[in-house]
Ligand binder design. Structure first.
Ligand SMILES: C[S@@+](CC[C@H](N)C(=O)[O-])C[C@H]1O[C@@H](n2cnc3c(N)ncnc32)[C@H](O)[C@@H]1O
Length: 557
């Protein structure tokens, strides 16, 4: 541990995060600590700000200072930070003893295997360290603890997950946990088991998210996780969205009397769905298990686009292809969703992209030796080598470095990054895409236009929001495996006016387009009544509106 203790704790990255703003610290401490006798743990206390709020809360509840030293416990890895925390505690009249300077995962180690029923409250803001930055000795201990709890940590496991699980194991039977957690908790795959663990371990869970980023200086989106082992009011889960931390005080009052939590699904699902109302969640659950719904992956395979290794060498506009003598040695390429205005990528679209001078050519050199290349290609390849393109990670691992592999052209493109709504685009020609756009091959490629048409409906749009993930900038991202899970109402015999849909899409008239498809697919074929069909649209609008409305700016002061 010594080398970690001597490492530079001023490095935020090394420590894995930023300190909690005062308003959040106060809120967490007030919610988690209920009586003057409560014991409280802060597992990664830094300079002790959250712990100070815990102490203030106990004092306000009537705990005498001499007892607080026995009831409050902070743990901090770095000596310099722990000393700041001790000074803070001394200023409050609390003796040094309540700060342990050590790795949280070795704190009380002998008791980890036991039920660890020790603290009535946990408050915290754990470090955010990816696998490789998470020091091995700590990680080994942390993973052992997670395994004790029935989880299977992996190379994707971030330190905050381990802190959360271990801290939860430290609670008494009536314990409450209040933590600042990365918003990833709601949606990332690597937190899947953690969501299921929390659902099993706690009776009631409330997650507070913010429309504005609440930590100055970082773009990381965070949520507040409030988890109760024995629910004060009722069991279930809720995800609540506030504008920013100024709204916390107001919310605290509502929180005390709140009812109607949503019943929690114990499967390892994403929690983004809990932004919805109970009837909306029920409708999605019914749709998911509807016998007439198909998973997109049953119709075809979703793959990433071409990974060139250096797009600014391999991806070119028309003018450069001509100037460098590369005509005949490129493939049509789509690299941006704006290059796909309709539901089919037509010759006219491709011509328009060429004329507009956008990056729409992929250099497609054969895997032959340099000597066999025509002079103009040799010249371009040499220019690449002068610019060290061949030394890049991808290029240096293939032979010859200038021959990009797997440039196959798909039946359809699928947007990977989604602004308003997800889209599939038929690709009748030879075009391929870079990895900003997925490539789809259908098992029955003659069905492509019907599938592309059927993809546009409110049910599929709603599920894309629930199954994908969104980050601070408001963009929704769908990975291939997530896309393959999306439900789609596909019926060979459905009557979808493909040309009209394409025209509507090009005119950006999505509501008209959805009116047509929803009536045919969700109404006629799946048998949902008009109000349910409308509700799918409401769900999609609600979730996409929430995502797009999030502003990447810091909190109001
Ligand atoms: C995100 S900061 C939060 C600090 C404090 N909880 C707050 O909210 O202001 C995370 C803290 O965890 C500490 N830390 C990192 N690894 C730790 C470990 N293995 N055990 C205990 N503390 C650790 C860091 O030094 C840092 O102070």
């Amino acid at each position: 541990m010594t080398d970690v203790l001597t490492a530079d704790p001023n490095n935020q990255k090394l420590r894995g995060g930023y300190y909690t703003p005062l308003s959040i610290a106060q809120f967490l401490a007030r919610w988690a600590i209920r009586t003057a006798d409560d014991t409280v743990l802060e597992p990664s206390c830094g300079d002790g700000m959250l712990l100070e709020e815990a102490v203030r809360r106990l004092t306000a509840l009537g705990t005498p200072p001499e007892s607080i030293g026995h009831q409050a416990q902070g743990v901090e890895l770095y000596d310099s930070e722990a000393r700041l925390a001790c000074t803070r505690m001394q200023r409050l009249g609390i003796p040094d003893g309540c700060i342990a300077t050590q790795d949280f995962f070795s704190f009380n180690e002998s008791e980890w295997g036991l039920v660890s029923q020790r603290f009535d409250a946990v408050v915290g803001n754990p470090p955010f360290l990816r696998y490789h930055a998470f020091p091995e000795d700590q990680r080994t201990r942390a993973f052992r603890i997670m395994q004790t709890a029935g989880l299977r940590p992996s190379k994707l496991t971030n330190s905050w997950v381990a802190f959360l699980v271990a801290a939860a194991l430290c609670l008494t039977e009536r314990g409450r946990l209040a933590m600042v957690i990365p918003a990833e908790l709601l949606q990332v795959k690597y937190a899947e088991q953690t969501r299921a663990f929390l659902a099993r371990h706690f009776g009631a869970i409330t997650i507070i998210t913010f429309r504005r980023l609440v930590f100055d200086g970082i773009q990381q989106e965070v949520v507040l996780l409030l988890a109760e082992k024995q629910p004060a009011v009722e069991s279930g889960i809720d995800v609540v969205e506030l504008e920013d931390t100024l709204d916390l005080a107001d919310y605290e009052v509502r929180l005390r009397a709140r009812r109607h939590l949503k019943s929690i699904d114990h499967a390892e699902e994403k929690w983004t769905q809990y932004y919805l109302d109970e009837n909306e969640i029920d409708l999605l659950r019914a749709a998911k298990s509807h016998p007439r719904v198909t998973r997109f992956g049953e119709l075809g395979c979703v793959d990433v686009g071409v990974v060139t290794g250096r797009n600014n060498f391999f991806v070119l506009p028309e003018q450069q292809v001509r100037a460098k003598g590369l005509i005949g040695h490129t493939l049509p390429l789509v690299g941006r969703t704006a290059q796909l205005p309709g539901l089919v990528y037509t010759d006219e679209d491709w011509q328009a992209n060429r004329e507009a001078g956008v990056l729409c050519h992929l250099l497609n050199l054969p895997p032959t030796s340099f000597d066999l290349l025509p002079a103009s290609l040799q010249e371009y390849v040499q220019a690449g080598e002068l610019a060290d393109v061949h030394q890049g990670f991808k290029c240096s691992h293939r032979k010859p470095w200038y021959a990009v592999p797997t440039v196959w052209s798909p039946d359809a493109f699928l947007f990977r990054q989604i602004h308003e709504y997800p889209k599939l685009v038929q690709n009748p020609g030879q075009a391929t895409s870079t990895d900003t756009i997925h490539r789809v091959r259908f098992h029955q490629s003659h069905q492509t236009p019907q599938i592309v048409g059927a993809f546009l409906n409110s049910l599929t749009f709603a599920f894309a929001e629930v199954m994908g993930r969104s980050y601070g900038g408001g963009v929704l991202e769908l990975e291939p495996n997530e896309a393959e899970q999306i439900p789609i109402p596909f019926f060979e015999q459905a009557h979808l006016p493909f040309d009209e849909l394409d025209t509507l899409e090009r005119a950006r008239r999505v509501d008209t387009l959805l009116d047509i498809n929803d009536a045919e697919l969700l109404g006629n074929h799946m048998g949902f009544d008009a109000s349910d069909v409308r509700l799918f649209r409401t769900i999609w609008r609600k979730l996409s509106g929430r995502r797009m409305g999030r502003k990447a700016k810091s909190s109001r002061k």
